[in-house]
Design a protein around this ligand. Structure first.
Ligand code: BMA
Length: 311
């Protein structure tokens, strides 16, 4: 039975704070997309205030990235947005949807964490559109196309009663969301038992939407963050066809085991390629960025042939 799903890039980590031309403490939890024949990465960095901003790096091959001279998103000056992002912007995701690149990100303030939605056509300027959740939501990922006339997203609300789980919601306009329902829950005494959350925006495959998510296990030495995979029905994404019982990536390299927060691999993006592989990107120990490749069919097999119950 296959148990190595991700081939790590031999040049990991691919981007660190030493590569950034302005002062940052970390480079992690980055979204990656294809743009204009190249790869664009939006990465989170801690400043030495402990708050986060989002930078941009560009690459020809998806592994060797060069950061732009200035950050891409810092807390907005616009009072309508600043009120909810004063503590920083974190963990971006990018989805190419109907001709534009949409960015979802976690906006932090003394009112909690909520999801911001922004848009860019050129990765030079960025327009904030709206906050699309109230407080206590993170990890919002948009599906890359409308399904039955609706925009669709996955997200992860916080709860005191239920373990933090993956939910789906629908929208006519990307701003107003509803018909929400829980779709995948952590499993007791399992690698994802403490909480789970969406990671990379879903990837369309012939067999369904591939959802690469993170799961957290509590230990005496703190929490361990790993990655797993689930498959959602193409025309009914609220239907989960399978969730892999086993993780597909766990902290193993030294920079994944030790860093700003140890024992963390956390993804905000994966890029499917024409040859049936995908490039997977993950923040390691909340400090550096890493990349690897996986075969999409092997991830689908993991979801469908070695499944655990979604709920
Ligand atoms: C989560 C988020 C992520 C982070 C992870 C591990 O709660 O803050 O951004 O990577 O914890 O510290």
């Amino acid at each position: 039975m296959k148990n190595e799903f991700v081939t790590r890039y031999e040049g990991n980590p691919i981007l660190t704070k030493d590569d950034i031309p302005y002062p940052v403490q970390t480079v992690h939890n980055a979204a990656v997309t294809r743009f204009d024949g190249r790869y664009i990465m939006l990465f989170r960095s801690h400043l030495d205030t402990g708050r986060s901003i989002i930078g941009l790096a560009r690459s020809d091959d998806g592994f060797n990235f060069k950061a732009d001279p200035r950050p891409f998103m810092v807390p907005s000056n616009d009072p309508a947005f600043h009120r909810y992002e004063a503590f920083g912007v974190e963990d971006p995701r990018i989805t190419y949807l109907e001709g534009a690149y949409y960015i979802t990100y976690s906006a932090y303030s003394d009112r909690g964490v909520r999801t911001g939605l922004a848009k860019t056509a050129d990765f030079k300027s960025v327009e904030r559109l709206a906050f699309i959740t109230q407080a206590d939501y993170r990890n919002t990922v948009l599906f890359p196309e409308k399904i039955n006339g609706d925009f669709v997203r996955l997200d992860r609300p916080h709860s005191d009663i239920s373990p933090w789980s993956i939910w789906v919601s629908f929208s006519p306009d990307l701003i107003h969301w509803g018909r929400s329902q829980l779709v995948i829950k952590p499993v007791k005494y399992h690698w994802d038992e403490a909480r789970i959350g969406p990671g990379a925006p879903p990837i369309r495959t012939d067999k369904g939407w591939l959802n690469i998510y993170h799961g957290v296990f509590p230990t005496m030495d703190g929490h361990v963050y790993r990655l797993g995979a689930a498959l959602h029905k193409l025309d009914e994404p609220q239907v989960v066809l399978g969730v892999g019982d086993r993780w597909l990536l766990q902290p193993e390299d030294p920079w994944e085991l030790v860093g700003y927060v140890h024992n963390v691999v956390f993804t905000c993006g994966a890029v499917p390629e024409d040859d049936g592989t995908l490039k997977l990107y993950w923040g390691a120990a909340d400090k550096v960025m890493c990349a690897g490749t996986a075969v999409i069919d092997e991830l689908i097999d993991l979801c469908l042939t070695d499944s655990r119950p979604p709920i």
